[in-house]
Ligand binder design. Structure first.
Ligand code: ZN
Length: 506
């Protein structure tokens, strides 16, 4: 029967614009198919462009394909059917160009809802262009309204859609609230960086805690950097026209764009402004230092060593001479002084430090202080643990509800994907719980002895906020003389006779 039918192609376009309601692909398809069957037309081919703006043609592959197919003579059809003219174009000049193209190629255009049919006696190219102009006006309004609405929301400090920034959740009225589940991640990152830890230490720490980005990835350098520089964490609400960064730190451009809205205290702060500023300062310092970094080797006493003559620093580097390779501390002045082996000096200094700290009369004081800190940590963690526990319960409940749908045979890809997503989050949260419950909450005599034994090696090899703080609290400076090495302790550090002997013998 096809012989009696006229052939046509159908063109459909769906943009994901929220305001583009009523233009679903299904609605367009039904409309076109109903029209075709009522008019005894057979649709030869469907061309569908999805989620592209109607304002420009260059990104509409199917639209261009359709034109190409007409021009190459591949189609039996000489007719295009669409639900409305605005499916073709929302830009008048393009519209007129294409109306010319339609005319030149002898093609018939039917726009069902606009009652346009280019072969009908009443057809008028300019009337069609007017319809197009109206469509364009609508499009302009949509984008204008969207921009205006976003700006208005931004001025009220509201969340503007998408996944909320890590550390925050969005409440019923669209305002930010601190998410106690992810806020600890932000606090850890800022505190660790402020205490002198580098990105690799921070990454390792986050991983050991089971912390992930909003997208479920491990934290990258870029992600950490973008968190450390985001003013929102100190409570400054900002609205930037450029696409917002996700928690993996990706965004289209690295250039700093002008911010349209900046509201100090426009949202709850996770980080104290003082800490935030300290971190910015530190980042600037580190950027300057970058050029003469010591690389991967860790020099535990860097920053404490100096020349007794002129006061200039000794700092770590690798000695490669005479076939032996070892780490050493080297002078930076012209005084007549030799380098010292890093491992020897480290051991020597930290042995003395150990004797000062872990003296018998200090033992009880240290254990009390450690236990006090551990119990405080435990108390803080109780809150975090509860929050995680509750989130797991919520997700498990959600999944069991979704499973009920599955049992009723109503499985859809969306439901399956949702269950899968929830399972992944549950797994992550359980890892976080595990790492928290593994932390010790009290030390006894045995743990104390173990701590003392490990102390020297720990101080020589581990770069951590704790080791840095300890050094800063105890050591004032170390003079590397020609004959002697002198360690000056901070005032208040008591040194017993044994240690004094050790020093003078060493
Ligand atoms: Zn010197």
């Amino acid at each position: 029967m096809d012989k009696d039918k006229e052939f046509a192609v159908a063109y459909l376009r769906y943009s994901s614009h929220a305001q583009d309601h009523g233009n679903s692909i299904e609605a367009q398809l039904t409309c076109i198919n109903n029209y075709a069957s009522a008019h005894n037309i057979k649709i030869e081919k469907y061309y569908t462009d999805v989620a592209k703006s109607g304002r420009y043609t260059y990104n509409r592959h199917q639209y261009l394909q359709m034109k190409a197919d007409f021009e190459s003579g591949e189609l039996k059809s000489k007719t295009i059917i669409s639900r409305a003219l605005d499916r073709y174009h929302r830009h008048t000049s393009n519209q007129l160009l294409d109306l010319d193209w339609i005319e030149d190629n002898g093609i018939r255009l039917i726009a069902i809802n606009d009652s346009i049919d280019t072969v009908s006696p009443g057809y008028n190219k300019f009337a069609a262009a007017v319809v197009a102009a109206m469509a364009e006006e609508t499009s302009n309004n949509i984008s204008k309204n969207t921009r205006a609405a976003l700006l208005e929301c931004a001025k009220q400090g509201r969340h503007l859609g998408g996944i909320p920034l890590i550390g925050y959740k969005v409440n019923d009225v669209g305002l930010y609230e601190i998410d106690e589940l992810t806020a600890p991640i932000i606090r850890d990152i800022f505190n660790l960086y402020a205490s002198g830890m580098g990105y690799s230490f921070i990454k390792k720490h986050l991983k050991s805690r089971g912390y992930k980005t909003t997208n479920g990835n491990d934290f990258s350098d870029t992600a950490i950097h973008s968190i450390l520089t985001n003013k929102k964490f100190k409570g400054t609400y900002t609205y930037d026209r450029t696409a917002s960064k996700d928690s993996d730190g990706r965004r289209n451009s690295h250039k700093e764009k002008s911010e349209y809205v900046v509201i100090p205290d426009g949202m709850p702060a996770i980080i104290e402004p003082e800490l935030f500023d300290k971190v910015q300062e530190k980042m600037a310092q580190n950027a300057r230092k970058q050029t003469h970094r010591t690389g991967k080797n860790y020099y535990a006493l860097n920053g404490f060593l100096q020349c007794p003559e002129c006061g200039k620093a000794f700092s770590g580097n690798v000695n490669n001479s005479n076939g032996h390779k070892y780490l050493q501390y080297k002078k930076s002045c012209d005084c007549d002084l030799k380098s010292v082996r890093a491992d020897h000096l480290n051991k020597f200094v930290f042995h003395a430090v150990k004797n000062c700290i872990f003296s018998p009369q200090n033992k009880q004081k240290i254990m009390d202080a450690v236990n006090q800190k551990l119990s405080l940590q435990k108390y803080i963690q109780c809150g975090e643990t509860n929050a995680i526990q509750n989130k797991i319960i919520g997700l498990e409940k959600a999944n069991s509800n979704l499973m009920k749908y599955l049992e009723k045979g109503k499985a859809t890809d969306t439901i399956l994907a949702e269950i899968d997503k929830n399972e992944k989050i549950i797994k992550q949260l359980k890892m976080q719980l595990d790492s928290k419950s593994n932390e010790i909450s009290e030390i006894d005599d045995k743990a104390y002895e173990c701590l003392v034994k490990k102390f020297n090696n720990y101080m020589c090899t581990v770069k951590s906020p704790e080791s840095a703080a300890l050094k800063a609290a105890l050591i004032d400076n170390i003079q590397i003389g020609k004959e002697n090495i002198t360690v000056d302790f901070k005032p208040g550090v008591t040194i017993d006779e044994n240690t004094k002997d050790y020093f003078n013998a060493g």
